[in-house]
Design a protein around this ligand. Structure first.
Ligand code: A3P
Length: 321
């Protein structure tokens, strides 16, 4: 008998009822699977993706921990890959939100849908390296990983989760900053521990530099041109000298800048993934887009404490923030 989407979801929910569970990141419980913590709806998608996802032959997978700059990476990769398809005034990024241009593989898998456009070899995921669907690892798809200063990731995530709460409730009693800090430091967060997410992709990058590109949000902000060129080259869409002369690199950077994306109509009024558990206003993906906003929320001591934890966890890997 063929599984309907609903019974498959029920099957996953039953499986995960046996997983370790934490209830202190208040929105929903977190379940532990293969060493990482997930919200239930997300974990349904991850399990479905592991079972069903099939990449397209030339796929490039954009891999991130949530709130590390996924929206930006999606926009940049999409603009790079499609630049010869559309002229400047026609790029879909002008009318569609980046998350509607590049789908998340686990969210589609959860909904038993495929939003893939066969012309676009891009798909995104927040799944940690070791839990990626084997179909991806076996296909030799290129992976692009983007990570970010953990202190800013936590602040960004804290705001994002608060943004999901209904209007009019006392947000502090649901998601308290100090409590979020403590459990993040313990490694309990959606798709966390953050450091293990980073380490998984970093190790893959060390083993197979031709298959994994490892980018850092702060570098991308400070030296956007050279990082965007590196991204284009790695994906197999290098800029020609003629394109560089015409200013194509800068045009792409400008199209995908925080202010440009944030001010698009689709970002201002659109909703991500309507009729799903992931629904959220697109405005929530654009908050400040800066480096070091954590200083407006954490004391220096808290920052130093998180830095020290991360340093210890990454020690010996060859990567540090
Ligand atoms: P802040 O909350 O610190 O502002 P993700 O896309 O992975 O959900 O990450 C969201 C974070 O990236 C938010 O960080 C958001 O403001 C920032 N961001 C979104 N678009 C960006 C862009 N084009 N350039 C730089 N940062 C961007």
């Amino acid at each position: 008998e063929k599984d309907t989407p609903l019974t498959q979801q029920d099957k996953y929910k039953e499986i995960m009822s046996n997983f370790p569970r934490r209830d202190d990141w208040v929105l929903q419980p977190l379940y532990q699977y293969q060493g990482f913590w997930y919200f239930q709806d997300y974990l349904v998608g991850l399990l479905a993706a592991q079972e069903n996802f099939k990449p397209q032959p030339s796929d490039i997978v954009l891999c991130t921990y949530p709130k590390t700059g996924t929206t930006w990476l999606k926009a940049l990769a999409y603009a790079i890959v499609t630049r010869s398809k559309f002229n400047d005034s026609e790029n879909p990024l002008l009318t569609k939100a980046p998350h509607d241009c590049v789908p998340f593989l686990e969210i589609d898998a959860a909904r038993n849908a495929s939003n893939r456009d066969p012309e676009i070899p891009l798909v995104a995921t927040h799944i940690p390296y070791n839990s990626l669907p084997t179909s991806i690892l076996e296909s030799g798809c290129k992976l692009v990983y983007l990570c970010r200063d953990p202190k800013d990731v936590l602040i960004s995530m804290w705001h994002f989760l608060r943004g999901k709460l209904p209007e009019g409730i006392d947000k502090d009693s649901y998601i308290n900053l100090n409590n979020s800090f403590e459990i993040f430091c313990e490694g309990i967060s959606s798709n966390g521990p953050y450091w293990d997410h980073v380490l998984g992709y970093w190790k893959a990058r060390v083993e197979s530099p031709e298959e994994v590109l490892f980018l850092v949000y702060e570098d991308l902000k400070k030296d956007t041109v050279s990082n965007v060129k590196k991204l284009a080259e790695f994906m197999g869409y290098p800029f020609t000298p003629e394109e560089e002369k015409r200013g194509v690199v800068q045009q792409i950077i400008d199209l995908c800048s925080f202010d440009s994306l944030r001010n698009m109509k689709a970002s201002k009024s659109g909703v991500y993934s309507p009729d799903s558990p992931y629904t959220i206003r697109n405005t929530e993906f654009f908050r400040k887009g800066t480096i070091g906003d954590w200083k407006n929320y954490f004391s220096e001591e808290m920052g130093a404490r998180l830095d020290q934890i991360i340093e210890e966890k990454l020690n010996g890997s060859g990567f540090s923030f």
